[in-house]
Design a protein around this ligand. Structure first.
Ligand code: NAP
Length: 460
């Protein structure tokens, strides 16, 4: 696997990196072990200061870091700026709330005292994807460093500069060596590394294949894993919804990050009586998006993250069309250099087609008409994934009833699935297990130790 920055706007190689040899990974592990011995004994305020510093440096260097994201994976520059802000907010959030989340939980035994104390568990391995190169790392690193754990991070091979600069930011912020280490290694080597006894837990955000590979190693070696995998989120629009508002959110929900979000709205499920109106308004907004260089702030549709990503997506669309799907818009690669795919809407989708069951990671919307709420729920749940989803309706109680019956980790009413530091993030089914962000995200790699004090007068 080559570790390279390739600009997806023109598919030119910008910079190549050499993988770390095994000796360098071993040295990083030894350093992390030493760091953990000291870090676990630090007070929360010291850890919080480090996280605040990381947040401050990210904000100070926002323009440079945002340009790095855009160069390496093609995100629109303004969205890259937003990602840096959100990442900094996550570091601040755990700095401000971590001590409170991790405080002793006093129990109420019949006699004496009992409490739950939260202790760190050691070195964690995080494997991260390219689609949000800073935000994904923040979700993993911020809560775990606040707990007192130390982290080794294997970032995606197409965003090496982002991976390297995050470690540098930690160093500038004053992190002792070994608290945060970036590993320039391939994915399969990360799975092998997960077996190492010194690693106490693994967290992976990415594809099902990578998730099951690393989780198998973790399970075999009796250590905990958290998996944040793909999604095929339903975006349900009921007949009483504000259609214009729903269409505007549909465009953002599908097109944010050029459609490369795990929680992007991917399947648009609309009640028959308003389906034509929704589809024609949706198409009219998508057709107008201005294609171009993601560094240009006027651009509304940039490239996908890589040539392979664009080719794979075009292949999924073609296989669906070959199986009978209809193309309402787009359907092909754009005729220009770079990893560009046309904004696409597919209809007439049936089980067995690629677009029905696979995750489409790019600007391709799958459109379905349904008769009623029950059909909408059945279709939404007819997926191996269970990440997010949304329901658009003016009747909030009806929206909640539907939300209750959708088998995913998150459902939003009158909004596409979204993320903020205070809201838990994660899925069910093949979308993974465990949660990141909020108070739940600091609860995964922590020893919840019971301390029980018997009264001296307790009888034997
Ligand atoms: P991917 O290929 O699985 O890559 C993700 C990370 O896993 C990369 O660092 C990759 O390294 C590594 N990796 C690959 N094979 C591995 C293996 N056998 N063992 C251990 N690590 C391995 O994922 P992708 O297709 O690029 O990313 C998009 C996927 O991530 C989508 O399915 C998306 O929905 C999902 N995602 C989920 C969430 C969530 O929170 N649920 C968030 C964002 C993205 P290399 O780059 O070196 O191959």
């Amino acid at each position: 696997m080559s570790i390279q920055t390739i600009n997806p706007n023109n598919n030119q190689v910008v910079k190549s990196f050499t993988e770390m040899p095994p000796e360098a990974v071993e040295a990083a592990m030894i350093q992390a072990e030493k760091a953990f011995v000291l870090w676990r004994k630090t007070v929360y305020s010291k850890r919080a200061n480090l996280l605040h510093m990381v947040a401050m440096i990210m904000r100070e260097r926002k323009e440079e870091l945002a340009a790095m994201i855009t160069l390496e994976m093609g995100k629109l520059l303004d969205q890259s700026r937003g990602e840096i802000d959100l990442s900094a907010d996550i570091f601040d959030y755990y700095a401000l709330n971590g001590e409170n989340f991790l405080g002793d939980k006093i129990l109420d035994p019949k006699q004496g005292e009992a409490l739950i104390r939260h202790s760190p568990i050691g070195i964690l391995l995080g494997v991260e994807p390219w689609n949000f190169p800073f935000y994904q790392v923040a979700r993993f690193a911020a809560p775990n460093i606040m707990i007192g754990n130390v982290v080794l991070v294997k970032h995606a091979s197409n965003v090496p500069q982002c991976g390297i600069v995050i470690e540098e930011i930690f160093k500038t912020a004053g992190a002792p060596n070994g608290i945060y280490t970036n590993l320039l290694i391939s994915g399969p080597r990360a799975s092998v590394l997960a077996a190492d006894d010194r690693i106490k837990g693994v967290s992976l955000t990415g594809s099902e294949a990578a998730g099951s590979s690393i989780a198998a190693v973790a399970g075999k070696n009796l250590k905990k894993s958290v998996l944040e995998l793909g999604g095929n989120d339903a975006f349900i629009v009921l007949e009483d919804a504000d259609i214009d508002q729903a269409v505007s959110w549909a465009v953002i929900g599908r097109m944010n990050n050029t459609g490369q979000c795990c929680v992007a709205a991917k399947r648009f499920i609309v009640i028959d009586s308003i389906a034509d109106e929704f589809l024609s308004k949706f198409k009219a907004m998508l057709i107008d998006l201005k294609v171009g260089d993601p560094m240009d702030v006027e651009t509304e549709l940039g490239p996908l993250s890589s040539e392979k990503a664009a080719a794979d997506l075009a292949d999924q669309v073609q296989r669906s069309v070959d199986a009978g799907a209809k193309v309402v818009l787009g359907g092909k690669r754009l005729d220009r250099p770079g990893a560009f795919m046309a904004v696409t809407i597919l209809t007439d989708l049936k089980p067995g087609m690629a677009a029905y069951s696979e995750e489409l990671f790019g600007p391709v919307a799958s459109f379905y008409r349904v008769k009623n709420d029950e059909e909408a729920i059945m279709l939404a749940n007819d997926s191996s994934f269970g990440l997010g989803g949304s329901v658009f309706t003016k009747d909030i109680e009806r929206g909640k009833r539907i939300a209750d019956q959708i088998d995913t980790g998150m459902v939003f009413i009158n909004h596409p699935t979204w993320t903020t530091p205070e809201l838990p993030f994660g899925g069910t089914k093949h979308s993974g297990y465990g949660r990141e962000l909020s108070s739940l995200g600091i609860d995964e790699f922590v020893n919840k130790k019971l301390i029980r004090v018997s009264a001296l007068t307790d009888a034997f």
